[in-house]
Design a protein around this ligand. Structure first.
Ligand code: BES
Ligand code: ZN
Length: 649
C-alpha cells in the first residue's frame, strides 16, 4: 500500500485538481502541472481510488501516512443561516516522513481557506477537493511540506449537513428558542468538521463555540462547571476519541444534578421528569465499575434532545444524547441509559476500527447493558429484556439477506446507515453470553475487565479481538471453547445450533393468558394484568397473531386503553397491530405519534407497515408531508425509502 501511495499519490492530487477545475469550483488549485499525455491516466484516479487506498473504505483519509491527533474548533452557531462557521485547526502526526499530503474527509462543507502551519506560523496551502462520492462526501487533499505539523481550515457547513439538525423555535417544546444537535456516528462528523472521519483515528479536541445569548452550548467534553449563558463556551476533551464521538447540542437548556458526577441538561419542560426517570444513573455507574473497571471520563451527564432525535441514544463521551421518548414516568425504558453508559467502556474506550466491526461496539454494549440491568433492577427484569432482544434477532433473521446477519459484516461501499440492524446488538450480545456460560461468569467478567484495560483508548478490528480472545480465554478453557465455534458466531450468518435461548417466567404467564384469550376461554378484562411490567405488555402485543378481528382489537383496546397508552414503546407495538388490521380508532393517535416523534426505531416500522396497502399508503404520505420537516435528515431518508419517495443518487 505505501508503494502504491508513493507512486500514485502525486498523480492523484493532480487528478483531483482536474476534477475540481472541471466542476467549476473556485478552490485554489496549485498542483495542476499535468502534461496532456498524462491527463487521461490521471483522470482514471478519482475519489473512489482515494477511498480504496484508505485504511477504512468509508473514509478518504491517508491516516497511515499522516494522522490528525488533535482538533481545535472555533465556531459560530448561526441559527438564521443554519450553519456552523469558523475554523478547524488540526494537529498532525507525520507517521510516514515521505508523505507530502494530508487527505481529509468532508461532506457538503464550504471550505474558504486552507493554511498549513509550522513552527514559523501559518501560510496559505495548496489544496484541492475531489468530486463527491455519495455518503462518503468529498476528499480534501492538502499539500504538506516537511515542516508542517498543523493545518487550519476556514469553513462553513451546509444547512442540509447530514450530521446536524437545526430546529426552529416552533419545532421545540417551548416554541420560543431554536435547538441544534449533531449526530456524527457513523460517517457524519465530516459534514460539520473537515477531519479524518474514521474510527481508526483518535483525536483529542477543544472548542470555542459562540451562540445567540441565553442559549447554552454543550459538547462531549469537559465543560465549564458553572453555567453562565453568555453566548461563548469553551470545551476540552483531553482523552483521544474517534471523531464520530465529537458532538454538540445547543438550546434553551438548564441543568439538574443527579449525583456528584451525574446530571441532566434539558429544556425546562422535561428537566425534572428526566432527572427523576434517570436517578439510578449513579448506581448504574457503580455496578459497571465494579464489573469492568473504573469509569475513565470524569463526569457522566445526559443531554435530553428534542423528540426528532433519530436514535434512542448516542454515547457521546461525558454527555450521552437521549431521546425524550424514554421518559415514561416509571423507569421502564431506562435500559437505554445503561446502554449509552456502557459504551463508556465498549465503544468509547475500546472502539471499533471500521464500521464492519460495529458489533464490537454494539454487541459488547448490549451484553453489558443486560448485566447492568440485572445488577440494578434484578434478574427477572433482565430476563424479560433478554427475551425481547432474542425476538429482535429472530425478526431480523426473517427480514435480512443472510450475508447481513454476519457479525463481522461485509459492508463494501454501502452506507453504514443503510445497513443498520439489531444483528450487531443482539447477536453480538448472545455470542458473549455463550462465552459467559461456557467459562463461568467470574472468569468471563475478569476477561472483559482485562480486555477493556488492555485496549483502553485504542481502536481495534474484529481480528484483533479474536487474537486476544484466543490467547486470553480460549487457551485457558480448551475443553469448552474452540475457535471454530467462535468463527461461526462471528463470520457465519444466522445463529449457531444450540445457542443460548433466553427465557422468562414472567413471560410464560403472558403466553398462557394470551393463548386463553385468543381461543376465547378468557375475556380480556379477566386477564390478571395488574402487576404486568411494560415488558410483559410488549411481549403480549408483539406475539399476537398477524391478523386479528376488529371486535377482538376493540376488546383489547377497551379493556386496556392501548390507544391511549402514554408509554411510547407500548404505543409502537399497538399501533403496528392497528395498522396491520386496519383498526380505525387508533389512527388519530397514529397521526399524532408520527408527527410528534422522529426516532427511527419507533416510526420507520409503522411507515413500512402503512406502505403495505394502497389506502394506508395514501394516509402515510399525507401524514408524512406534515411530519417530514420536523424529522432529522436520517429519519427523512429512511421514511422516504419506506414510502417509495427516495430519489436515486
Ligand atoms: N451508538 C448507537 C447509535 C448508532 C449506532 C448510531 C450506529 C449510528 C450508527 C447507540 O448507542 C445505540 O445503540 N442506540 C440505540 C439504543 C438501544 C439499542 C438501547 C437506539 O438508538 O435505538
Ligand atoms: Zn449503542
Amino acid at each position: 500500500m505505501s508503494l502504491y501511495k508513493q507512486l500514485l499519490f502525486p498523480l492523484l492530487v493532480a487528478s483531483l485538481a482536474l476534477v475540481a477545475a472541471c466542476s467549476d469550483t473556485d478552490n485554489s488549485v496549485a498542483t495542476m502541472s499535468a502534461s496532456e499525455a498524462d491527463r487521461s491516466a490521471l483522470m482514471a484516479l478519482d475519489s473512489a481510488s482515494l477511498a480504496a487506498a484508505s485504511m477504512d473504505v468509508h473514509s478518504f483519509a491517508n491516516s497511515d501516512a499522516v494522522r490528525v491527533t488533535h482538533v481545535s474548533l472555533d465556531l459560530d452557531v448561526d441559527f438564521d443561516a443554519k450553519q456552523l462557521a469558523g475554523t478547524a485547526t488540526l494537529s498532525l502526526d507525520r507517521i510516514d516522513p515521505q508523505a507530502d499530503r494530508l487527505v481529509l474527509d468532508s461532506r457538503a462543507l464550504t471550505i474558504e481557506a486552507v493554511e498549513v502551519g509550522t513552527a514559523e506560523g501559518f501560510s496559505d496551502a495548496d489544496w484541492v477537493m475531489g468530486e463527491a462520492l455519495g455518503a462518503l462526501g468529498q476528499p480534501i487533499v492538502i499539500a504538506l511540506d516537511d515542516q508542517a505539523d498543523r493545518v487550519r481550515l476556514s469553513y462553513r457547513t451546509s444547512p442540509q449537513a447530514s450530521g446536524l439538525q437545526w430546529l426552529s423555535p416552533e419545532q421545540t417544546a417551548d416554541k420560543e428558542n431554536p435547538f441544534l444537535f449533531s449526530q456524527a456516528q457513523a460517517i457524519h462528523a465530516r459534514s460539520f468538521i473537515p477531519l479524518q472521519d474514521t474510527p481508526g483515528v483518535r483525536v483529542t479536541y477543544d472548542a470555542t463555540i459562540r451562540t445567540p445569548q441565553h442559549l447554552l452550548a454543550t459538547m462531549s467534553a469537559e465543560m465549564e462547571e458553572t453555567i453562565n449563558k453568555d453566548g461563548e463556551y469553551h470545551f476540552d476533551m483531553p482523552q483521544a476519541i474517534p471523531p464520530y464521538l465529537i458532538a454538540i447540542g445547543v438550546g434553551n437548556l438548564d441543568f439538574q444534578s443527579m449525583s456528584e458526577r451525574t446530571g441532566v441538561y434539558a429544556e425546562p419542560y422535561i428537566l425534572e421528569a428526566a432527572a427523576a426517570e434517570f436517578e439510578d444513573t449513579e448506581r448504574m455507574m457503580e455496578v459497571t465499575e465494579a464489573l469492568y473497571g473504573p469509569y475513565r471520563w470524569g463526569r457522566y451527564d445526559i443531554l435530553m434532545l428534542p423528540a426528532s432525535f433519530p436514535f434512542g441514544g448516542m454515547e457521546n463521551p461525558r454527555l450521552s444524547f437521549i431521546t425524550p421518548t424514554v421518559v415514561a414516568g416509571d423507569k421502564s425504558l431506562v435500559s437505554l441509559i445503561a446502554h449509552e453508559l456502557a459504551h463508556s467502556w465498549s465503544g468509547n474506550l475500546v472502539t471499533n476500527s471500521t464500521w464492519r466491526d460495529l458489533w464490537l461496539n454494539e454487541g459488547f454494549t448490549t451484553y453489558l447493558t443486560y448485566r447492568i440491568m440485572e445488577e440494578v433492577y434484578g434478574k427477572a427484569r433482565e430476563r424479560q429484556e433478554a427475551v425481547l432482544g432474542y425476538q429482535d434477532i429472530l425478526n431480523e433473521l426473517d427480514a435480512l439477506p443472510p450475508e447481513d446477519t454476519v457479525l463481522n459484516i461485509e459492508l463494501g461501499q454501502r452506507d453504514p446507515d443503510d445497513v443498520f440492524s439489531n444483528i450487531p446488538y443482539e447477536k453480538g450480545a448472545l455470542f458473549l453470553r455463550e462465552l459467559e456460560y461456557k467459562v463461568g461468569r467470574d472468569n468471563f467478567d475478569a476477561f472483559l475487565k482485562d480486555y477493556f484495560d488492555h485496549f483502553a483508548f485504542q481502536s481495534i478490528t474484529t481480528q484483533q479481538f479474536k487474537d486476544y480472545l484466543e490467547a486470553e480465554l480460549v487457551a485457558k478453557f480448551p475443553e469448552t471453547l474452540d475457535m471454530a465455534r467462535i468463527n461461526e458466531w462471528i463470520h457465519e450468518p444466522g445463529l449457531p445450533v444450540d445457542h443460548p435461548v433466553p427465557e422468562s417466567d414472567a413471560f410464560k404467564k403472558v403466553d398462557t393468558a394470551r393463548a386463553a384469550w385468543l381461543k376465547g376461554a378468557l375475556a380480556a378484562v379477566d386477564i390478571d394484568t395488574d402487576n404486568w411490567t411494560v415488558h410483559q405488555w410488549l411481549y403480549f402485543l408483539n406475539n399476537m397473531p398477524k391478523t386479528m378481528e376488529m371486535d377482538r382489537l376493540a376488546e383489547l383496546d377497551g379493556s386496556f386503553g392501548l390507544t391511549g397508552t402514554s408509554n411510547n414503546e407500548i404505543a409502537h407495538s399497538w399501533l403496528k397491530i392497528a395498522i396491520r388490521n386496519d383498526y380505525d380508532p387508533a389512527f388519530e393517535r397514529l397521526e399524532d405519534y408520527l408527527v410528534d416523534i422522529g426516532r427511527r426505531k419507533l416510526i420507520v416500522p409503522l411507515y413500512e407497515e402503512l406502505a403495505k396497502s394502497p389506502e394506508h399508503m395514501e394516509f402515510a404520505r399525507r401524514i408524512y408531508k406534515e411530519a417530514r420537516p420536523g424529522y432529522h435528515p436520517l429519519a427523512q431518508g429512511s421514511v422516504d425509502e419506506a414510502l417509495g419517495l427516495a430519489e436515486s443518487d
